[in-house]
Design a protein around this ligand. Structure first.
Ligand code: HEM
Length: 424
């Protein structure tokens, strides 16, 4: 009889703290192995640069299926649901909203809102960095999508988005099809669909207003965009807006929790960055030194632990046979801890990123190839600005007895409690 205990304990570890699970596997099995994982099933994971390059560039693998519930939320028309040529056509429309001049417009709002939120915090009362940064990044993505509005309206949109996202965050609702049944407004799925509906009504109302009077917003840009000469359908626009709200603030907040955890673990690092920001920061400064600290934090603790790809035909990954439809996971965490690429891979050493090195196929917290995160320039700029405000104006430290141990929070990995800090 097969002993179920190793499987159960492996599965439990993967769900609780995948970093720990992957550290163990790296020691015993190296960078590439096959494993049965909860929810994902039988998969091959790899952190080997050459294999990751093959998965991303050979054309033998397509997008992963993602969590089932996402399809019901986003519909099948948004960028992340598309593959091949259709995907590329949509990227050309959505991605420019998150780079270059377009994103510099949010600098002032990011700085002012960060200052406001941190000034308002009670001194000496523990708070979760994750929750605080979530508020900031939600405000910025809402302003980016819908344009700048009165405080009250922005708060109203944020409450719709929060309710909507919250209702899809139950692991049962997110991962298990049987729970995705509408049994009325008191059932989790019924409630989730109602929250989706409420947000949808707001977006439709905004589309109506935009048709009358254009404003400077992503929504307005999507309304004016054409694919194959045809304007996007309303359902397509709603799908894109949902996707941006879903991916546009949580990942950044989770990443910032780790950045803060890594920086504040050592008062000397904090002092060094405070001096740097006070001397170097001026409008338009690229803050490349801070960038190296953020990049190194994302190397050590990537909040997205792996990418997911599905084989489009029978193939192999080293000696593992892969059948059409099988899932493979190019694993950020394994690749980022490859000792052949990163000397002393468990040390926080931002200097690794100070000479412009990019570590192709070994470092990819924002993904790789044609599906690389479209929000990367936007969120990197946002994180640098938030960090510079903290270094310039605030004195923070870990809450008493707090240790930032990794813990899964739905699909992302965060320091437990989202990194508990106090303002001095
Ligand atoms: C630090 C924060 C972030 C991290 C770590 C992150 C990570 C990722 C990763 C790993 C992927 C690739 C997934 C794959 O290949 O399967 C991805 C894709 C994506 N991200 Fe992000 N992301 C972040 C912020 C954002 C933001 C702020 C936005 C939007 C404003 C965004 C929107 C997207 C979209 C739309 C895709 C799908 C791209 C495509 O399929 O072509 N992300 N992200």
């Amino acid at each position: 009889m097969i002993n179920p205990f190793p499987y159960l304990s492996n599965g439990y570890q993967w769900l609780q703290n995948p970093y720990h699970f992957l550290d163990q596997k790296l020691k015993t099995d190296g960078l590439t192995f096959r494993k049965h994982l909860p929810i994902l099933g039988n998969v091959v994971l790899t952190g080997e640069p050459a294999l990751i390059q093959k998965i991303i560039t050979s054309g033998e693998f397509g997008k992963g299926e993602g969590v089932g519930a996402l399809k019901s939320i986003l519909g099948s028309h948004s960028l992340i649901m598309k593959d091949g040529k259709e995907h590329l056509k949509r990227r050309i429309i959505v991605a420019p909203n998150f780079k270059g001049k377009a994103i510099a417009e949010y600098d002032e709002a990011t700085i002012q809102y960060t200052e406001k939120i941190f000034y308002e915090l009670d001194r000496h009362k523990p708070f979760s960095i994750y929750q605080i940064i979530q508020k900031i990044s939600l405000r910025i993505i809402v302003v980016a999508i819908f344009g700048n509005k009165e405080q009250e309206e922005l708060q109203y949109i944020e409450s719709l988005v929060e309710k909507f996202l919250q209702s899809f965050k139950s692991p049962l609702v997110l991962f298990f099809k049987p729970f995705q049944v509408n049994l009325g407004k008191y059932s989790p799925w019924g409630k989730a669909l109602q929250n989706r509906e409420n947000l949808c009504s707001y977006i439709l109302q905004e589309i109506g207003l935009n048709e009358i009077k254009k404003c400077n917003s992503i929504l307005s840009h999507l309304l004016g965009a054409k694919e194959d000469g045809i304007p996007l359908q309303k359902e397509e626009i709603i799908g894109e807006v949902f996707a941006l709200l879903l991916f546009g603030h949580d990942t950044g907040a989770a990443t910032m929790s780790w950045v803060i955890a890594h920086i504040y673990q050592n008062p000397k690092i904090v002092e060094k960055l405070q001096v740097y920001v006070k001397q170097e920061y001026n409008a338009g400064s690229e803050l490349t030194y801070l960038e190296a600290y953020i990049k190194e934090s994302m190397r050590l603790c990537p909040v997205v632990v792996h990418l997911t790809r599905k084989a489009l035909k029978d193939t192999t990954i080293t000696h593992y046979k892969i059948r059409k439809g099988d899932t493979v996971l190019p694993c950020t965490y394994l690749a980022h801890h490859n000792p052949a690429v990163f000397t002393e891979p468990y040390q926080f050493f931002p200097e690794r990123f100070m000479d412009g090195k990019t570590y192709e196929y070994s470092y990819f917290p924002f993904g790789l190839g044609v599906r690389t995160c479209i929000g990367k320039p936007f969120v990197m700029r946002q994180m640098k600005l938030i960090l510079s405000v903290l270094m310039k104006h605030f004195y923070l430290q870990f809450a008493p007895n707090y240790i930032p141990k990794p813990k899964r929070h739905f699909v992302l990995i965060l320091p437990q409690q989202g990194c508990l800090m106090v303002k001095k």
